[in-house]
Design a protein around this ligand. Structure first.
Ligand code: SF4
Length: 213
């Protein structure tokens, strides 16, 4: 592992431990959550998923008229648009018979390219699906990752592809490490490295150049 990222990972791990992300009951629920969480708070995603009444399955979503689906996911916001996105990503999953091991047999690069061609799926959504639903070693970059890199700083370059490549080159190719590191960055951003940082008590304070700034 690379020096600075290893140190950040170990420091965050020592504080928060193994977070066992993503908060979902099934891989398909991860897929749905990754789409619904776009431009909304996670609490709204939970409300939308609860509206399925325990029947969130790809077969259900594929069979549901898009207008009905939009009503079910209304709490997540942008519901008409997201209903279309859910239909598209579910159709993608359908190519593999809604079967996790079948997806896992495919090369990561091909799956990522297919997802990026799917309506409503950008890089963060594609990587979240591939890492958290299917266990592929692909690092997820989000606004909290960019914030940490800018503040600490981590010399990752700018933009999704550059930051992802930097993390992947510095870390071992491990879905477990990528999974937990992303979750650790998110929790620390919520606890301390907020828009207006609360550096007091932040586990990264010892190495962060922006501490107290
Ligand atoms: S010390 Fe402050 S700026 Fe640095 S990571 Fe922690 S909260 Fe963010």
């Amino acid at each position: 592992m690379g020096g600075k990222l290893l140190s950040i990972y170990e420091t965050l791990f020592a504080r928060y431990g193994d977070l066992h992300w993503w908060p979902a009951k099934t891989p398909y629920e991860v897929v749905v959550g990754a789409v619904l969480t776009q431009n909304t708070a996670w609490g709204n995603v939970e409300k939308a998923i609860a509206n399925f009444g325990g029947h969130l399955a790809p077969e259900t979503v594929a069979a549901m008229p898009v207008e009905e689906l939009a009503e079910v996911i209304r709490p997540s916001g942008f519901f008409n648009q997201k209903a279309g996105y859910l239909k598209a990503v579910t159709a993608w999953y359908g190519k593999y018979g809604y079967d996790v091991p079948t997806v896992q047999k495919r090369p990561l690069g091909e799956l990522r390219a297919e997802l990026l061609e799917t309506k409503g799926v950008g890089q963060e959504t594609a990587d979240s699906i591939l890492l958290y639903a299917f266990g592929f070693p692909t690092f997820v970059v989000d606004a909290y990752t960019h914030r940490l890199c800018g503040r600490y700083p981590v010399e990752s370059g700018k933009g999704y592809a550059a930051v992802k490549a930097h993390f992947e080159s510095e870390l071992p190719e491990s879905a477990e490490v990528y999974n937990n590191f992303h979750a650790l960055i998110v929790i620390n951003a919520k606890e301390h490295c907020r828009k207006k940082p609360t550096c007091d008590g932040c586990p990264l304070g010892g190495g962060c150049g922006r501490v107290g700034a």
